[in-house]
Design a protein around this ligand. Structure first.
Ligand code: FAD
Length: 356
């Protein structure tokens, strides 16, 4: 068989790429499909996931707040050869960003990575562990804590941390990792402290700037299809995503209305205001500080602790603005708003200092 041409090339061998290739092969057995990706899948989100069917457990206050809530071209392989196909599906997880950056600036929302840590453990002396999945509700700034039993002899999966960032991170920080293990022992079962760690799993969740996935064709580049940005729910949603992507590839692009908002070429979907997002950030940071054990004396209340976090939020938003400006040349208005929030934060801080 000629190795340089295929009918479909899928770039990425995580759950989304593999599900899409599987769906295509079931529907059109004669199709010549290539899945490209490194065998070790280092940093792939799919390898680190607990693979729970937990979309609803991940819902946040903003989840339902918005209606959106061939040219024959070649893929260059690591060895230097190219592989051509009329359809190329990019399912490269958080690395999809590198493909987005090849397109005209701002055509497709940028991709961040939500770095996550999980551990595979075994109970001491093969003692029995949990016999069903347990998870906490969502926790500030992250998803809930999860424990998934893995068969007998006390094997368990404990996850997961989540730190979204524009910057490429090779792994979670010591502090974040420490917190995961500490909370597992304190919130689930203190005897987990005796468990042995068999493997540390690190994966980068693909998350777009607006938080919604990129699913479908890129009209300005015929033959290019994106299937990424599933963030915390890629396993849960892959059985729905793969048939849609197969429809697009096989030209049955009667897009189901559910998928219309996720067309890759779109301006970022705005589902909240900067002010509301800042307030939410401040609330999360304060709740996180309490969860981590902070204790404030009676004379320091919520306003005091909010002021510092608010200026941090303004700084964080300014950072996003820089990335957005780089890509779209827009969002001056948001920067103005961020500045006024920062001014509000300093005014609040001044009020606090003046209080008797
Ligand atoms: C700790 C953690 C826990 C999670 N828990 C759950 C859960 O319980 N339930 C759930 O539904 N979801 C969960 N998720 C989210 C889920 O894992 C992701 O949404 C999903 O795995 C994303 O799949 P993907 O195929 O898009 O990306 P990935 O799994 O990241 O796969 C992308 C692949 O593409 C490859 N690649 C990248 N660039 C290239 C290139 N240029 N050429 C070729 N190959 C390339 C990479 O090496 C990688 O193998 C979790 C994620 C993490 C990190």
């Amino acid at each position: 068989m000629d190795r340089s041409t295929r009918d479909v090339v899928v770039v990425g061998n995580g759950i989304i790429g593999l599900s899409t290739a599987f769906e295509l092969s079931q529907r059109a057995p004669d199709l010549r499909i290539a899945v490209i990706g490194p065998a070790a899948r280092e940093g792939a989100a799919s390898v680190a996931a607990g693979a729970m069917l937990n979309c609803f457990g991940e819902a946040t206050v903003s989840t339902l707040g918005d209606p959106a809530s061939v040219a024959k071209f070649g893929v260059r392989l690591a060895g230097g050869e190219t592989m051509s196909a009329p359809a190329v599906v990019v399912a490269a997880g958080s690395r999809t960003r590198r493909f987005i950056e090849q397109l005209p600036l701002g055509a497709v929302p940028l991709m961040l990575q939500g770095t996550g840590l999980a551990v595979l453990t075994q109970r001491h002396d093969d003692a029995a562990g949990f016999d069903h999945v347990v998870r906490t509700p969502n926790q500030p700034g992250a998803c809930g804590l999860q424990l998934v039993p893995l068969g007998d002899r006390g094997h368990e999966y404990i996850g997961g941390t989540n730190l979204p960032s524009f910057l490429h991170s090779t792994g979670p920080s010591l502090g974040v990792s420490f917190n995961l293990l500490r909370r597992a022992c304190e919130d689930f079962d203190h005897r987990l402290g005796y468990s042995h760690i068999h493997r540390w799993l690190v994966g980068h969740r693909p998350v777009t700037l607006d938080g919604f996935p990129l699913l479908g064709a890129v009209p300005s580049c015929r033959g290019l299809v994106f299937a990424s940005g599933t963030y915390r729910d890629g396993f849960h949603s892959s059985p729905v995503i793969a048939p849609h992507i197969a429809d697009v590839v096989l030209d049955r692009a009667t897009a189901h209305p559910h998928f219309v908002p996720f067309a890759p070429e779109r301006p970022p979907i705005e589902r909240t205001s900067v002010a509301a997002a800042t307030d939410q950030f401040v609330e999360h940071q304060n709740d996180d500080a309490v969860l981590l054990g902070i204790r404030l004396p009676y004379c320091i209340g919520r306003v005091h602790s909010c002021a510092g976090t608010m200026s941090w939020a303004g700084h964080a938003h300014g950072g996003i603005g820089t990335h957005e400006r780089h890509v779209t040349g827009r969002h001056q208005g948001r920067d103005d708003l961020a500045r006024s929030r920062r001014r509000g934060a300093s005014a609040a801080a001044r009020r606090v200092v003046r209080r008797p």
